[in-house]
Design a protein around this ligand. Structure first.
Ligand code: SAH
Length: 372
């Protein structure tokens, strides 16, 4: 079913937890158990029109329609890469924008979900970090990205097998652990077995290292953890991943060592962007191996993806292969991530919306309207 209603923060049912949904029904004089039926329609069937929710009494459907909406983020640009990757630019009710990417593979597919408009972290190699405007996305705006992808892939009702959307990576714009409450509400909705039903084993949350939130993430959500490490000394990491000044490498790795959901079967992924002559020597690979000692880990090597004005170059293939060999020889899986969606700037670290520009144009429009 195609949605036409945009997400509307004041009247939106998407993003409410089960308890909140039940409370909303009670407020309308309904029995709280109706929440289960409503949940089924919204998250299992993907319905956006109350009139279609035929197991609910007509009177209830009318009251719902008078008070609430079930919307989707508005898509302002929809781009498809030659390799099948798809990127949606979303615009929310306040005009702010963020991006969602679908990365299809032969027998599965991941969506890369954003947690914030922009990002406060200013990692030197990341395009999103150059964006001025930042705000947290609400739970509805986060869950809405998954639902929108489901719409686009035609995957309603939630299929059990042969899904094109099997995995979720919280690796889009923003730092998810700086918006933990909303991310947590959203992921609990996504994981609910009577709805979108994507298990915690298929969800990976990536952090640049907000150490105090890591344990809570493991305890409350139990999702897979990915850590954007990118350097093996504090000296370098302080510069390229500035949050390191607050939470240095040793503290970050301690938090990983005790991450509640990790085990040999569910290893922590360490992401390492390969920057030519910056962090890509064999000596650094050996130091990485030393640092990871005792952590159930795998290492994801990400060739640097360029963006306009970026102050780095991608490591050579030879340097990447040599680095991967050292890590692999020490017993860690060390895949080199194939960049996806490069032609539409959808690869890791290339996402950036025009929220600032939009703001300006919005202002100009308002000024023009005022002058007329
Ligand atoms: N803030 C979180 C979530 C963003 S994830 C985090 O830092 O983990 C985005 C991933 O892409 C991170 O591992 C990030 O370091 C990586 N990345 C950013 N810019 C990149 C670029 N230009 N090329 C390759 N990878 C990049």
């Amino acid at each position: 079913m195609t949605a036409t209603t945009p997400l509307s923060p004041a009247r939106e049912l998407i993003g409410l937890s089960r308890d909140e949904l039940a409370a909303a029904l009670v407020e309308m004089g309904e029995k709280p158990f109706r929440a289960r039926q409503l949940w089924h329609w919204i998250y299992h069937r993907g319905a956006t029109d109350f009139a279609a929710m035929t197991t609910l009494a007509k009177s209830l459907r009318e009251v719902l329609a008078a008070n609430y909406v079930v919307g989707r983020p508005a898509v302002t640009r929809d781009q498809a890469s030659l390799d099948g990757t798809r990127k949606w630019l979303l615009r929310f009710a306040d005009g702010n924008e963020a991006e969602t990417v679908h990365i299809p593979e032969e027998d599965r597919g991941a969506i890369c979900v954003s947690s914030q408009v922009g990002c406060t972290l200013t990692c030197k190699f990341c395009h999103t970090g150059t964006q001025k405007l930042v705000r947290n996305l609400g739970a509805a705006e986060i869950v809405g990205q998954v639902m929108l992808a489901r719409d686009a892939l035609g995957e309603w009702p939630s299929p059990q097998d042969d899904r094109q959307l099997t995995n979720i990576v919280m690796m889009g714009m923003g730092e998810p652990l700086y918006n933990f409450d909303n991310v947590s509400t959203a992921l609990k909705i996504v994981m609910d077995g009577e709805g979108l039903s994507i298990s915690k084993r298929k969800i990976t949350l990536s952090t640049a290292g907000v150490v105090p939130m890591i344990r809570r993430c493991g305890e409350e959500l139990g999702v897979n953890l990915a850590v954007s490490l990118h350097a093996v000394t504090d000296e370098l990491r302080d510069v390229i991943v500035p949050i390191n000044k607050k939470y240095p490498i040793a503290e970050l790795l301690d938090a990983c060592r005790t991450y509640p959901s990790s085990s040999n079967a569910r290893r922590i992924t360490f992401e390492y962007v390969m920057l030519r002559d910056v962090n890509d020597s064999p000596a650094e690979a050996r130091e990485l191996v030393r640092l990871l000692d005792g952590i159930p880990a795998k290492v994801n090597l990400i060739p640097f993806n360029p963006w306009p004005g970026a102050p780095f170059e991608r490591s050579t293939d030879t340097a990447i292969a040599a680095f991967a060999d050292v890590v692999f020889a020490a017993g860690y899986s060390s895949p080199v991530r194939t960049p996806r969606g490069m032609d539409i700037m959808a690869a890791c670290g290339q996402l950036k919306s025009d929220s600032v520009k939009l703001r300006k144009s919005e202002l100009l429009r308002q000024q023009a309207a005022g002058a007329a």
